[in-house]
Design a protein around this ligand. Sequence first.
Ligand SMILES: C[S@@+](CC[C@H](N)C(=O)[O-])C[C@H]1O[C@@H](n2cnc3c(N)ncnc32)[C@H](O)[C@@H]1O
Length: 246
Amino acid sequence: MGDVSRETPSAPPVTPEVARRVFSSARLPLIEAYAASLAAAGVVRGLIGPREVPRLWERHLLNCAVLGEVIPEGSSVCDIGSGAGLPGLVVAIARPDVRITLVEPLLRRTTYLSEVVEDLELPHVEVVRGRAEALHGRRTFDVVTSRAVAPLGRLLDWSMPLVAPTGVLIAMKGQSVADEVAAESQRLAKAGCSPAEVLEIGSDVVSPPSVVVRVAWADPSQVGWVGAPGQTPSRSKSRRSRGRKA
Ligand SMILES: C[S@@+](CC[C@H](N)C(=O)[O-])C[C@H]1O[C@@H](n2cnc3c(N)ncnc32)[C@H](O)[C@@H]1O
């Protein structure tokens, strides 16, 4: 393992016992190194606020790690708007069985992400600098994750074109997500998605539990997303190649 915590003005946060429920003993040193890096380099480089350090485990690392509960084994995962690596890097550390693509437009953040990936030797993680929309029509994934990136409407426009026909969007959201889901329900139905599910996960690890919205295509043979007015429509090959109408 390299030296991701070389900028170390603040002490690394103490690992809570509950972390052992979501990280195997082999992976625990990796998440501890990442926690130390966030508390040091992450703060110095303005990637997280200094006030987040005392609550790094509960509010950020564990809160993101429980996402593993809803990610099927061996999935390809795209985390859009990863920032300093939340939740994508945490999931990558907890779950060596998945392949993770971190998509983030800002150079300062992708530089940091690439450094952590290299230092922690995470060969199953790819860092892509760019906006999620830049991958539309080029890549799809089993799972598309995000946290604190955009309101649900915009998030759907950015994420759904990346969701494989049998895949899912899993967005971490706050407790008030029900209103956002209600506002988007008609558009989801029109776009051929199943009704969005709101799930509380990780209640045995974090309090309050993490809240996620899960959206899947209703019929994998009928996949295509039309963005909100003013957005570039993004359609997957699946529907086009079958010559079906939108
Ligand atoms: C508030 S930060 C959240 C970062 C991280 N997910 C977290 O929870 O700490 C939102 C991130 O989304 C990124 N972002 C904004 N628009 C994006 C887009 N269209 N595609 C991908 N990432 C985007 C920003 O650069 C920023 O890093």
